[in-house]
Design a protein around this ligand. Sequence first.
Ligand code: ATP
Length: 307
Amino acid sequence: MISVTQLTKRFKEFTAVNELSFEMQPGDIVGFLGPNGAGKSTTMKMLTGFLAPTSGEIHIDGMDLATNSKAIQAKIGYLPEGAPAYGDMTVIQFLNFIAKVRGIDSQHRDQRIADVVQQLALEKVLDKPIENLSKGFKRRVGLAQAIVHDPQILILDEPTDGLDPNQKHQVRELIQHLSKDKLVIVSTHILEEVTAVCNRVIVIADGELRFDDTPEALLKQSKYHQAITLHLSYQADISGLLELQGVADMHVDRATGRVTLFPEPGAQILHLVTEYAQVRKLPVDTLYIEQGRLDEVFRTITKERVA
Ligand SMILES: Nc1ncnc2c1ncn2[C@@H]1O[C@H](COP(=O)(O)OP(=O)(O)OP(=O)(O)O)[C@@H](O)[C@H]1O
C-alpha cells in the first residue's frame, strides 16, 4: 500500500533522510523510532506530501505521490508534531472547517463529526476555543481532525508526547481500535509504546534505516534476551553461577541487588540456574527470564556509526 524507495531529503548540505526504503500494508501499526533529529518528522512530512523529497519515490496504492498528491492526501490522516490547530476556533468550528476542507459533503458532515466527537470523547469541550483546552484535549482534537474523513492511512507524529498516563492510555487504545483495516504510522520516543501498540518497528538514526521488523524481533536483538535475572534476599556466594554450562557472563547490579546471567548464544540456562540455586540454598526471592530490554537495544541500534 505504501512503497518507499531510496527516499532522501537534504537541507542544503545536510542530509536529514538518507535513502530510506520500506513497504507497508493495511493492518500494519508501525512504530517509528529514533533519537532526536533522526529524521522521523521529515520522513512523515514527505509521506504526507507536505515536504518534497530531494530524491527517491513514494508510491501509495500504486500512485506516485509526486504526481498524484491530491488523490493520495485524501487517503491520509495526519497529526503533525505538537498537534497544531487554529486556536481561536471552537472545537466544533474547527472540526466543521476540517470536514469541509476534506471534502465531506454537507449531508454526511454532521454525522461524521458526531462519530469522531464520540470516539474521542470531545462532547464537553465542543464550544470551547481550542487555545483554552488542556494539552490532552488539544491532542484529542488533533486526532479527531486526522480521522474525520475516515482515512485508510494514519500518520501520527508523537501523538502521546506530553500527555498524562491516563491520556496516553486512551490515545493508545484509540490507535489500536482504529487500526484493524488501516495502516498506522506512529512516531514516538516512548519505547514501551511500541510493544504496547505496534506490530512493526522501524528504527532510524542519522536519517538511515537501522531496523525493520516486529517488536518481538527487536527484543530478540537485546543482549538481555533470554538472560536470567534473580534477586537474593540477603548476600550469598554466587560465584559458582558463572561456572554453569551455557552461562557466558554475569552482571551484578549493586544498587538493586539484582544478578543477571547472560547465556551463550542459543543456550538455555534456566534449568541449571534454578537447580544450582536450590542445591546451594541461595536465598532467591525473585527469578525471571528477560524478554530483552528496549532501552539497551535502542542504544545499540542507534549509536553513531564510526566511518
Ligand atoms: N526545514 C529544515 N531545515 C533545515 N534542517 C532541518 C529542517 N527540518 C528538519 N531539519 C533537520 O533535519 C534533522 C531531522 O529532523 P526531524 O525533525 O525529521 O527529526 P526527528 O527524528 O523527527 O526528531 P525529534 O524526535 O527531535 O522530533 C534534524 O537535524 C533537523 O534539525
